[in-house]
Each structure stands twice: as structure tokens, then as C-alpha cells.
Design a protein around this ligand. Structure first.
Ligand code: SF4
Length: 297
């Protein structure tokens, strides 16, 4: 890895010659997040306009070798825990407060829950955590919510939640039309909303929403009102929303028309959401030209 990229900006999913697991410094958690990529083939059931995955080059492999995945994660856990990770670039530039293991996240070059190995991968990672006494380290699933009700995914969620798990579910729109424009998928918006609602009735969910300037325009006030309506209905049906992470494009994407919202635009959007959904904890993460620190609304 080149020396010039600060640790918290280098999110490339590469570590040595590993195929599935990678370390990053997360600016959200101000610590190390160890990632699990269950989509080394770079296939996703969404095609978000802001996706950072470079699909012009082929994925590393198509299969998931769970033994190898487990060995990779064990090695990264041990490197992080004994501090040797911070002797490698770019982690050697991490500040003292960032030199702690915050979480292990299922977040890769596609949707983690589309991998049939998802439940067993969660099981194996939870075991590694338990072996090392890392009960406080979170297990996070970052998902586009498309498969939250699939039987094997529910099984994986049971294990995840029993091991200090969190579900971070993507919701980038309030209407079918805007969802199709931004997330570009054949999965109906109604299914995403239903999956979030039914899952959130059983287990708390954090909503992650990325809003951006797409083709020169941010989301309209009406779109954000519809989005708030969706979240309000989920809460009204008994869905537990643990919080909302509002963010924008943070790094260059293959689509040049996908740009970050300015800090003031994101703040205005957050204010509209806070007014519509009082009591919901909202964290705002800014783009490259905004403040480095996130704010809590
Ligand atoms: S869901 Fe994630 S991986 Fe899939 S296209 Fe969207 S941003 Fe990329």
C-alpha cells in the first residue's frame, strides 16, 4: 500500500494476499474495523450510482473457502490485538485513539447476504471473537436489506445478534422512482421496506442512508419527506430504529456524476429528518470537503 494515504482514507479492500478479510480505520468508529468480503467476485444485486467498487476489473475469485476466510480473520485479529498491524503502512499513521479494534463488519464488494455461506461465516467469526474474549467487539452486517427475510439469512442474523451484533440497513430513497434511479436494481422498493420493517420488529436496526448530488441535483425536499414517511411507518409498525447514519459520497466513484453533497446541504437534510422524526438519533458524516468530525443531531 502506498505511504501517502492516511489510514482513515484508505478503504481499499486489500490486505497482503488475502482474498476475503481486510483491515480499515473507520472514521465512524474511530478505530479499526476488520472487514469480511463475502463477494470477492464483485457481484451485487444493486448497482448504486455511488458504488466505489471498480467492476471494470474482474473479481479475485468466485468461491468462498470458509477455512481460508477463518484463517485470514484469525491472523488479522491477532495482528490488531498485538499491535503489529500499526507497524504496516498506512496503519502506522493511525492516531493513538484509532489503535483499537472496534468491530468486525460484513461489508464487501457486493451484498453479503447473497452468499450462501453467510450464516456459517457469521458463526465462524463469532467463534474467533469468543476464543479471544472479544465480547465487546461488535459484529456488524452492512446490508442493502434485499434478503433480510431469507431463511438462511435470518439464521445468520440470530448468530450475529447473539454476539454483540448490529444490522446497518441501507435506505437511500423515499420513493420507488428515486430508489430505482440511485440504487438501480430489479428488487422492488416495497420489498426493501417490508424487509426492514419486519426485521426491525424483531431486532433493532440502524439505518444507513447515502444522499448525494446525482447529475447535478441533490434529493428534493419531497423525496426526503417521502423518506421520512417510510421511516415513520416502520416505527409506527413497531420497528425499532436504533439510529440513522446520514452520509454522502466520501471518495471518488467510477460514476463522475455522483458527487458529495456540501456540508450545508447535508445539515439542511438532517434538520428536515430530525423535525419529521423527533427522538431518532441521527449522525451526519460529511464528504471530503466537509468537517472531518461527524455531528449528532
Ligand atoms: S449495495 Fe453496496 S456493493 Fe452493492 S452496488 Fe450498492 S454500494 Fe455497491
Amino acid at each position: 500500500m502506498p505511504d501517502l494515504i492516511p489510514a482513515h482514507l484508505d478503504h481499499r479492500r486489500i490486505w497482503s494476499d488475502f482474498d476475503y478479510c481486510y483491515p480499515v480505520i473507520s472514521r465512524r468508529s474511530k478505530g479499526v474495523s476488520l472487514g469480511v468480503n463475502l463477494n470477492p467476485d464483485k457481484v451485487c444485486n444493486f448497482d448504486c450510482v455511488y458504488c466505489e467498487v471498480d467492476r471494470t476489473t474482474p473479481g479475485k475469485r468466485r468461491d468462498i473457502d470458509l477455512d481460508q476466510l477463518e484463517q485470514e480473520m484469525a491472523a488479522l485479529l491477532d495482528l490488531t490485538l498485538d499491535g503489529s498491524l500499526f507497524t504496516f503502512s498506512p496503519f502506522d499513521s493511525a492516531g493513538p485513539e484509532q489503535r483499537r479494534l472496534n468491530d468486525i463488519a460484513f461489508s464487501g464488494d457486493g451484498e453479503p447476504t447473497t452468499a450462501k455461506e453467510f450464516p456459517e461465516a457469521v458463526e465462524r467469526i463469532a467463534h474467533l471473537k469468543w476464543q479471544r474474549g472479544l465480547q465487546d467487539v461488535k459484529l456488524v452486517l452492512i446490508t442493502d436489506s434485499s434478503r433480510l427475510q431469507a431463511r438462511e439469512v435470518v439464521q445468520g442474523l440470530d448468530t450475529l445478534m447473539a454476539n454483540n451484533g448490529e444490522i446497518w440497513a441501507k435506505l437511500d430513497a423515499g420513493t420507488e422512482a428515486y430508489y430505482q434511479e440511485i440504487n438501480r436494481t430489479s428488487i422492488p422498493f416495497s420489498r426493501i421496506l417490508e424487509n426492514i420493517e419486519i426485521t426491525a420488529r424483531l431486532r433493532p436496526i440502524t439505518i444507513q442512508s447515502l444522499f448525494l448530488s446525482w447529475k447535478g441535483k441533490g434529493p428534493s425536499t419531497e423525496e426526503i419527506a417521502a423518506y421520512c414517511g417510510c421511516l415513520g411507518r416502520i416505527q409506527g409498525m413497531g420497528g425499532q430504529l436504533q439510529g440513522l447514519q446520514l452520509y454522502t459520497v466520501a471518495r471518488p466513484t467510477p460514476e463522475p456524476e455522483a458527487r458529495a453533497l456540501k456540508a450545508a446541504e447535508l445539515d439542511a437534510l438532517a434538520a428536515q429528518v430530525a423535525e419529521a422524526l423527533p427522538g431518532l438519533s441521527i449522525e451526519v458524516f460529511y464528504g471530503p470537503e466537509g468537517p472531518e468530525e461527524h455531528t449528532v443531531v
